[in-house]
Design a protein around this ligand. Structure first.
Ligand code: AGP
Length: 610
């Protein structure tokens, strides 16, 4: 997720562009830049780092009088954060500058075709293909050129374009990523969301998918997908700035829970090829090395470790490689047995967690193959991994992770299918069916969130007075129970425990008494009957049971006191749906208990110390 802004008006553009970027900095902040139309040319100023770096650079370099410009604050997905990869990107002729929010899924094909025609690329980004396509599509009409360019893009994009031949205008268009416009006495404002505009006007135009807008100091003219002019009415926004940054949600955590369909899709879709196989941008193990692998060690902390637990079950199921999972702070000090045929997979949303980084360094020292699953491009862990697979969850602001955890699990689904096919354990046809199931998940995530939110809101009332909560499950359900328990304890401050359901009888069941509330995760079909037995065990001791299961098991859930049903899906992916009501349960319980949800006590978003 990135932030883009634009301004065309009677005043200097630079202050408005910088102000808008500051408001959008929560959307991405590893590099930033602006372009203004000045004296028949397009002047670009951009730099790695936060917007304050850009402001310092502009203060040192120029006080442009230009009244038309665009700007961008970046959350890197393709290409590390640096000056060259920062937006805006300029076309080879210099006629166009473009800023972009989204992921162009067919950029490699477009780039190869443009390079074959002599276009020279200077950055590693997917966005630069847009700049050169504008050159190639130029027909003397600004709007027509942008429309023809956008028609060639696959994936998500919101773009603003400057053209040196039309210095008083901006053209913007979108598909999959948001763009809003506001018109007031000072001029016309463009932003990725209303936070960039609210200080100037509360009346905003939301650009619909495939719509294009021609913007100047007096306002905007809108064109539909077919190119015909459309009459759009502004909408009144009553949010304040803080509410706007949360997209109208009360907390960043709830916003990020609701962003999971997109986080999953953005992580998975660009890696599934047209013929249903899987391709990664930066996975450096050769097929021979993959076949020589003898085991996998998954190492991480907190929720990333819980995502690794999901990965363990899925990887072992499909690749038949033994997979051990370890908490990074244990791994780094237990002198683990490692060798060159071990693949060490480290997982980290921030890419800066000290224990995980130390574990990665240990694995590198021991000559292991290493793979990093990271959300922040060019973070310390990403830079030191042998291979990197980025989650495309976008910036995660809430301390309690949700969308990044789901995106990490999604990477494991991809990795398991990829390695299994390379090791001859999945045919291409089986892999195609597997990736087809993956493609279906974002809609199922959306459905699950829609179906269960109200029910969870009600059920969370039971948890408010609790001192203790228990989450039990087997196999993949146990992996989910670990994450469910952490979500509950870290934001509601209720002591909660995840327990392997089959292990209860070896001690912990002594804690179960009349009225004890037990959450039973029972979605994974392979072990459903066994978990049902464990539900009966705790019921027999007086427990109240809230079960999470799939629609296919509804008739078998007569024993339970409360049930949450999730849609049926490929069983290997069931945690992705099962965890959603658990995230919402932790959220609504904490909310009812008046806890600080986005910034829980004693916790930090990234633990960069031991
Ligand atoms: C989970 O909600 C917490 N924020 C915490 O457990 C987190 O997952 C852990 O600190 C690992 O962080 P990382 O993914 O940035 O390495």
């Amino acid at each position: 997720m990135c932030g883009i802004v634009g301004y065309a008006g009677k005043n200097r553009a630079v202050p408005y562009l910088l102000e808008g970027l500051e408001k959008l900095e929560y959307r991405g902040y590893d590099s930033a830049g602006i372009a203004v139309a000045e004296g028949g040319t397009l002047r670009v100023t951009k730099t790695r780092g936060r917007i304050s770096n850009l402001e310092a650079l502009i203060a040192a370099e120029h006080q442009s009088p230009a009244t038309v410009g665009i700007g961008h604050t970046r959350w890197a997905t393709h290409g590390k954060p640096n000056d060259v990869n920062a937006h805006p990107h300029r076309s080879m002729s210099g006629r166009f500058c473009v800023v972009h929010n989204g992921i162009i899924e067919n950029y490699l094909q477009l780039k190869a075709a443009l390079q074959a025609e002599g276009y020279v690329f200077v950055s590693e980004t997917d966005t630069e293909v847009i700049a050169h396509l504008l050159d190639k599509s130029w027909d003397g009409d600004f709007v027509s050129t942008v429309r023809k360019t956008a028609a060639q893009l696959e994936g998500a994009y919101a773009i603003c374009v400057l053209c040196s031949d039309c210095p008083d205008q901006i053209v913007c268009t979108r598909w999959g990523s948001p763009l809003v416009l506001g018109v007031c006495e000072s001029g016309t404002f463009i932003g990725s969301d209303v936070t960039a505009i609210l200080r100037h006007t509360n009346d905003v135009y939301y650009l619909d998918g495939h719509e294009t807008a021609l913007v100047d100091a007096h306002g905007a003219v809108f064109f539909g997908k077919d190119g015909a002019a459309v009459d759009k009415q502004p909408r009144r926004i009553e949010w304040n700035l803080s509410a706007a940054q949360k997209g109208g949600y009360e907390h960043f955590m709830l916003k990020e829970i609701m962003e999971q369909p997109k986080a999953f899709s953005d992580t998975v879709s660009p890696r599934i090829t047209a013929d249903g196989t899987i391709a990664f941008e930066d996975f450096r193990l050769t097929d021979d090395e993959i076949c020589r692998l003898r085991r996998v060690a998954v190492v991480a902390c907190g929720s990333a470790y819980h995502a690794g637990a999901v990965g363990k079950y899925v990887l072992e199921k499909l690749t038949r490689l033994p997979v051990e999972i370890d908490i990074a702070s244990e791994f780094r000090y237990r002198d683990p047995v490692l060798d060159e045929d071990t693949l060490v997979v480290v997982i980290s949303q921030s890419g800066e967690t000290a224990d995980t980084l130390a574990a990665l360094r240990l694995a590198n020292e021991r000559g292991c193959k290493t793979l990093c699953i990271v959300n922040v491009v060019s973070s310390s862990i990403a830079n030191e991994g042998g291979s990197v697979i980025y989650t495309h969850a976008g910036p995660e602001i809430a301390v309690a992770t949700t969308k990044a955890y789901s995106a990490q699990a999604a990477v494991f689904y991809l990795l398991a299918g990829y390695l299994a096919e390379k090791r001859g354990l999945l045919t291409k046809e089986q892999l195609a069916a597997y990736t087809e199931d993956l493609r279906a998940m974002p809609d199922l995530i959306q459905k699950t969130l829609g179906d269960c939110e109200q029910q969870i809101k009600t059920l969370s009332q039971m948890f408010i007075p609790l001192e203790h909560a228990y989450f039990i499950g087997r196999n993949l359900d146990y992996a989910c129970a670990m994450e469910a328990s952490l979500k509950m304890k870290e934001i509601s401050y209720i002591h909660s425990e995840a327990y392997a359901a089959g292990e209860l009888k070896h001690g912990t069941i002594s804690l179960i008494e009349k009225g004890t509330l037990v959450v039973a995760l029972a979605a994974y079909s392979d072990v459903f009957q066994k978990t049902l037995s464990n539900i009966k065990e705790v019921k027999a001791r007086g427990a109240r049971v809230l079960a999470v299961s799939t629609e296919r098991h509804v008739d078998a859930l007569g024993e339970v006191d409360y049930r949450i049903l999730i849609p049926d899906c490929n069983p290997l992916f069931s945690v992705t749906l099962e965890v959603l009501p658990m995230q919402l349960l932790g959220y609504y319980t904490a909310r009812a208990r008046g806890c600080d949800i986005d910034k829980p006590r004693n916790l930090a978003k990234s633990v960069t110390v031991e």
